[in-house]
Design a protein around this ligand. Structure first.
Ligand code: GDP
Length: 423
C-alpha cells in the first residue's frame, strides 16, 4: 500500500505527528519536496523533536527514510539536524536514512539571497523563512546547482562550483552590493557538511523500485499545505515547490508510483505563518486566546502564527487539490475552551457570497461568513474512541467532513503519539 500524507491548508496542520503515528505500518518514508523552511513537531517516547528535513519515520526501528530528488537538500542544516536527533539517542545511519543522488544541493548563498531579497522588498516582503528555498528552486530550474551524487567526484564538483561561484557572485555583488563568495568558503562548506552527508547519498530510485517489487509499503511525506503549493496555492504567497500529492511520485523518485491513499491533514482551526491573504483571520484577544491554547508559534522561526476559525472554503479546495481520500483532523482538544465555535462557511466578495475558492488576487477583498457551532467545554484529551467524545465534538467533526466532502478517519486530541481517535 502506498500512501501520501499531505497538508490541506497553510501547513503546520500536524503532518509530522500523523507520519510518526502511521509509520508503524510502513516500510519506507520519503520526503518529496521542500526543505528546512518549516518544521514537523513530533513528540514520542524518545522526546520532543522539531524535524525540518529528516523524514518523520526516523524514530521507527526498521523504517527506511528517504530524502527524494524533489527536496531542497541543505547539507549544513541536514547535518546539524542529524547530530541533534542522534544526540537524543535516535540512530541515524546509511541503513535508515538514504539521500537521493539526484537531490539538488541548497548552496550557502541561497540563504543569503533570500535574506537580501526580503530586505530589498522591505514592507512588500513575502514573509520568507530565509532558508534559501526560493533562490534554491529558481537555481534548480536554471540548472545552476549541484546534484548530491556529484559530490562523489571531488575534482569534478570543485570545477562545477568554480563556474557557479563566478555566476552567483555577479548577482551578489552587482545586484545586491553584497560580499562575494570565495572558493575557500565553499571548500569549508564541502568539508564541514557535504563530506558528512555523502555516506548517506545513494541511488534511491533503484532502492524504491526494489522496495516496490518486494511489495513494501511506502509513505510519502509532504511539507506545508495545499494553499502553499506553487501552482495551486495563494500565489505569490506560496512556497517554491509543489506540496500536492500529485507531485509526490516525481519528487520521491518513483515517477510511475500509484498512490492508493492520500491522508489530508486538517487542523480543527486555521493558522497561517507569514504574509498574504488569510480570509478567516481573527484579531485581538479572541486571536490571542486561540494562539495560546494551540501554542501557535512557528517551529522553525518562533514567529506567532496568525489564527482563525476553520475555513471550510479553503479546506474543501485543499481536499480537492490534494485528491485526499481520508482526513486526519488534528488539535480538536484546542477548541475545548470555546462556548461557541466559529466556522468560516463561505466568503463574501463584492456583495456576493461564494463557497468556491477564488482566484488568488480576489482573496484580498474576500470577507468570511461565519457561523457558530456548539462547544463542548470539557477536556477531551483522554478520548481514544469515537464514543468517548462529547456529542458537540462529534457534531463538529461530522460538520467538517460533510462540508469539505471527505471522511475524517483520525481525530487527534493531544500532541502525543497515542492521543488519537481512529474511526
Ligand atoms: P506539521 O509541520 O504539519 O507537522 O505541523 P507542526 O509540527 O508545525 O505543528 C503542529 C503542532 O501541533 C506541533 O507542535 C504538535 O506537537 C502539535 N499537535 C499536533 N497534534 C496535536 C493535537 O491533537 N493537539 C494538540 N494540542 N497539539 C497537537
Amino acid at each position: 500500500m502506498n500512501s501520501a500524507i499531505v497538508g490541506i491548508n497553510w501547513g503546520d496542520e500536524g503532518k509530522g505527528r500523523m507520519v510518526d503515528l502511521l509509520t508503524e505500518s510502513y516500510d519506507v518514508v520519503v520526503r518529496y519536496q521542500g526543505g528546512g523552511n518549516a518544521g514537523h513537531t513530533v513528540i514520542n517516547e524518545r522526546g520532543r523533536f522539531a524535524l525540518h528535513l529528516l523524514p518523520s519515520g526516523i524514530f521507527r526501528d526498521g523504517v527506511v527514510n528517504i530524502l527524494g530528488n524533489g527536496v531542497a537538500l541543505d547539507p549544513e542544516n541536514l547535518w546539524k539536524e542529524i547530530q541533534e536527533v542522534s544526540s537524543k539517542g535516535v540512530s541515524v545511519t546509511p541503513e535508515n536514512l538514504k539521500i537521493s543522488d539526484r537531490a539538488s544541493l541548497l548552496m550557502p548563498w541561497h540563504r543569503d539571497l533570500d535574506e537580501l531579497e526580503e530586505l530589498r522588498l522591505a514592507d512588500k516582503k513575502y514573509g520568507s523563512t530565509k532558508q534559501g528555498i526560493a533562490p534554491f528552486y529558481s537555481d534548480k530550474y536554471q540548472k545552476k546547482t549541484v546534484l548530491a551524487g556529484e559530490l562523489r567526484d571531488g575534482n569534478a564538483v570543485r570545477e562545477r562550483l568554480k563556474g557557479l561561484l563566478e555566476w552567483k557572485n555577479l548577482t551578489l555583488t552587482k545586484v545586491y552590493g553584497a560580499e562575494p563568495y570565495t572558493m575557500q568558503k565553499l571548500e569549508q562548506w564541502l568539508r564541514d557538511y557535504c563530506d558528512m552527508i555523502l555516506p548517506f547519498v545513494c541511488d534511491t530510485g533503484t532502492f524504491l523500485k526494489e522496495a516496490q517489487k518486494d511489495n513494501k509499503s511506502i509513505l510519502l511525506e509532504a511539507q506545508l499545505g495545499a494553499l502553499r503549493d506553487l501552482d495551486y496555492g495563494i500565489y505569490p504567497y506560496t512556497t517554491s515547490s509543489n506540496t500536492t500529492a500529485a507531485y509526490a511520485p516525481i519528487g520521491a523518485g518513483l515517477p510511475s508510483l500509484r498512490i492508493d491513499d492520500v491522508v489530508g491533514v486538517v487542523k480543527a482551526y486555521s493558522t497561517c505563518v507569514g504574509e498574504g491573504p488569510f480570509v478567516c483571520e481573527m484579531s485581538g484577544p479572541e486571536a490571542d486566546r486561540l494562539r495560546e491554547a494551540g501554542s501557535e508559534y512557528g517551529a522553525k522561526t518562533g514567529r506567532p502564527r496568525r489564527v482563525g476559525p476553520i475555513d471550510i472554503v479553503a479546506t474543501r479546495y485543499g481536499v480537492e487539490v490534494q485528491g485526499a481520500t481520508r482526513i486526519a483532523l488534528t488539535k480538536l482538544d484546542v477548541l475545548s475552551y470555546m462556548e461557541k465555535i466559529p466556522v468560516c462557511v463561505r466568503y463574501r466578495i463584492g456583495g456576493r457570497e461564494t463557497d468556491s475558492f477564488p482566484f488568488p488576487t480576489e482573496l484580498d477583498s474576500a470577507e468570511p461568513v461565519v457561523e457558530y457551532l456548539n462547544g463542548w467545554n470539557c477536556d477531551i484529551s483522554g478520548a481514544r474512541r469515537w464514543e468517548d467524545l462529547p456529542v458537540a465534538a462529534k457534531e463538529y467533526v461530522t460538520f467538517v467532513e460533510k462540508t469539505i466532502g471527505c471522511p475524517v478517519a483520525y481525530v487527534s486530541v493531544g500532541p502525543e503519539r497515542e492521543k488519537v481517535i481512529r474511526r
